[in-house]
Design a binder for this molecule. Structure first.
Ligand code: BT5
Length: 253
């Protein structure tokens, strides 16, 4: 089995796989078996990497960071916050290692030079009416060349390497990601959510612009006004203010 366990005392446990279906799936199974706060699953490649709403995440071997982490929040927390926190962590990583500022497209796209270089997939599991744990899945394109990436008409897919012209070592970037996620989690636990939410909002594309919202059941237009307490997107429509909990937002209208 191509699995490496790191159970060094005092270090957050991590399981690494050469190839796995989805790190989110492995982390969820581990969390059900009692994985502690911050436990991490990484892989060099995913054969069934997933995005939101049944979409897939292209995960070629040795090119990107494919990482899922177990967070065990308190009962006050709502799942939407963790997508924002994880995206923010990724933006800080991008800034730190490329010296370029990253932006976001609500809720989970990490953009560099208006290209999608990363995505977050948070999946919460509930027990007795409260969140038991959240799996925070991170995909960050690091060394991809153009032919490693899927076609995307708007916010095209790209990588840190393509956008910065630099070369990166995947394990080193993974370590920076793990540290950034820990820093964000610690700040969240200290009660800094309002400041973190504002940091995300300030770098979120489309705020105060006309956008189209597509949910599972409907499509509508409005002006994106900001992010609410729970990490949802607020849209001013002709019928009043609406709150998007889950959906896709587009600006090409
Ligand atoms: C996401 O979904 O952006 C969430 C991606 C999360 C991936 C991580 S990898 C580790 C962990 N384990 C998993 O199984 N998943 C997580 P969404 O917003 O639905 O975007 C998906 C869309 O992005 C696809 O339909 C493609 O258009 C595009 N896409 C797929 N792979 C991409 C890539 N590597 N880079 C940029 N865009 C990609």
């Amino acid at each position: 089995m191509n699995e490496i366990f790191n159970d060094t005392p005092n270090e957050t446990p991590r399981r690494h796989f050469e190839t796995i279906g989805s790190t989110n799936e492995a982390a969820r199974n581990w969390a059900r078996d009692g994985a502690p706060q911050g436990a991490a699953v990484t892989a060099a490649a995913q054969s069934a990497g997933r995005g939101r709403r049944g979409r897939s995440w292209v995960s070629p071997p040795g090119k990107g960071v494919y990482l899922s982490i177990v967070w065990r929040p308190d009962s006050q927390s709502t799942p939407g916050r963790f997508t924002i926190l994880a995206a923010l962590a990724m933006a800080r990583v991008v800034q730190q290692i490329s010296d370029k500022p990253a932006n976001f497209k609500w809720p989970n796209d990490v953009l560099l030079n208006n290209c999608k270089i990363g995505g977050v997939l948070c999946e919460a599991e509930w027990k007795d009416g409260r969140i038991d744990f959240v799996i925070v899945g991170i995909g960050l394109n690091v060394q991809h060349e153009s032919n490693d990436l899927p076609e995307r008409p708007i916010f095209p897919a790209s990588s840190l390497h393509l956008e910065s012209g630099r070369d990166y070592e995947i394990e080193a970037v993974t370590q920076v990601c793990l540290e950034a996620l820990k820093v964000l989690w610690d700040a969240y636990v200290r009660g800094e959510w309002p400041a973190l939410k504002s940091e995300f909002e300030a770098r979120c594309t489309g705020i105060n612009e006309l956008v189209q919202v597509a949910t599972e059941t409907e499509k509508y237009y409005g002006i994106a006004r900001g992010i609410d307490e729970d990490g949802n997107l607020l849209i001013a429509t002709s019928e009043g203010l609406r709150c998007v909990v889950a959906g896709d937002v587009s600006y090409d209208i």
